[in-house]
Design a protein around this ligand. Structure first.
Ligand code: SF4
Length: 316
């Protein structure tokens, strides 16, 4: 079973020359390849004809050496803040995951999170017991209907696992949500509110069509809509506003809970538009090519970029 590194992670570990304005602040690893699930948007899906070294639009390569001491070095230098193993679902993968975590723990104390690979509360217990800092269980879809249609799985079972995990390990459980799979802004914000009410951290991404997947022809969400959802997400996460305080028309956000000049002040540091998720996660260029409009900013934004992102949201 192979362990791969994202190309940006190879860059921070000095395994490859990478030209970029934003290196990852987390070491991203992918365990396994070619998933047994059929998520329609994912290049790793059993329904995909995409290259096997892709996850979203990022390339993942197999390292030739033990990477854990290298990760420890970069952590000690302050270049990375955590490592993240993204697990591709396959029979027997959980056992291999636990072996890899034991290996990681033998070489490094870097905070470690695991995304995927867990099917029960006992699995979460085992990961936390091995020293995993945070566990992410991706819902991806903003509504149960879209979840069933695009992932072909049991939404309620997944949600139940998230809830149980968050009850037992509050603040250590997260999810991933993909904006633009067919939900309205109101539906996505309802899901985000439910996650934060249950102390589940939500990492938001923009749907990204990948050649070879069943959804390769679907466009990315409009940037104005994505910015509005990110603003609502930020206000909910910071407990500055709840979904019930927002105004919607035909599923689109039309107002927030206070005058727009006040909202502008709350958004002034740009945090609302940075990559969200586990502390230290910036996932550079997962949703966009360098040089194009950034859905999630992986680095500090300039004043002009913050102003533009607020304007793009078109609220107020
Ligand atoms: S939020 Fe980032 S660090 Fe956390 S599981 Fe997701 S990708 Fe990994």
């Amino acid at each position: 079973m192979d362990l791969r590194l994202s190309i940006g992670t190879e860059g921070i570990l000095g395994l490859r020359k990478v030209k970029t304005d934003a290196l990852p602040t987390t070491a991203y690893l992918m365990l396994g390849c070619r998933c047994s699930n059929g998520c329609m948007f994912c290049p790793q899906s059993n329904t995909s004809r995409a290259k096997e070294n892709l996850l979203s639009r990022v390339v993942w390569n197999k390292p030739l050496q033990n990477i854990w001491p290298m990760i420890e070095n970069e952590f000690a230098k302050g270049k990375i803040q955590r490592s993240c193993i993204q697990v591709v679902n396959k029979p027997g993968i959980f056992k291999i995951l636990t072996q890899e975590i034991e290996m990681a723990r033998a070489y490094t104390g870097v905070p470690l999170c695991v995304s995927g690979g867990t099917g029960s509360l006992e699995d979460i217990d085992e990961l936390i017991g091995l020293g995993v800092d945070r566990v992410t269980i991706a819902l991806d879809a903003g509504t149960p209907e879209i979840y069933r249609k695009i992932k072909g799985q049991d939404f309620l079972k997944r949600l139940e696992l998230l809830k149980k995990g968050a009850e037992k390990y509050p603040g250590r459980i997260g999810t991933h949500l993909i904006v633009g799979l067919g939900e309205t802004e109101e539906e996505m914000i309802e899901m985000i509110q439910e996650m934060y009410d249950r102390r589940i951290t939500a990492a938001l991404f923009a749907f990204t069509p990948i050649k070879g997947t069943l959804m390769e022809q679907m466009p990315q969400p409009p940037i104005d809509s994505y910015r509005r959802v990110r603003i609502a997400h930020y206000l909910i996460k910071q407990k500055m506003c709840r979904k019930e305080d927002m105004g919607f028309e035909s599923g689109r956000i039309i107002s927030l809970h206070r005058p727009f000049h006040q909202i502008r002040e709350l958004l002034a540091d740009g945090s609302a538009f940075l990559t969200s998720g586990c502390p230290g996660c910036n996932r550079p260029y997962y949703n966009e090519k360098p040089g194009t409009v950034l859905y999630n900013y992986p680095r500090k934004m300039t004043r002009e970029e913050i102003e533009r992102a607020i304007e793009e949201a078109g609220i107020g």
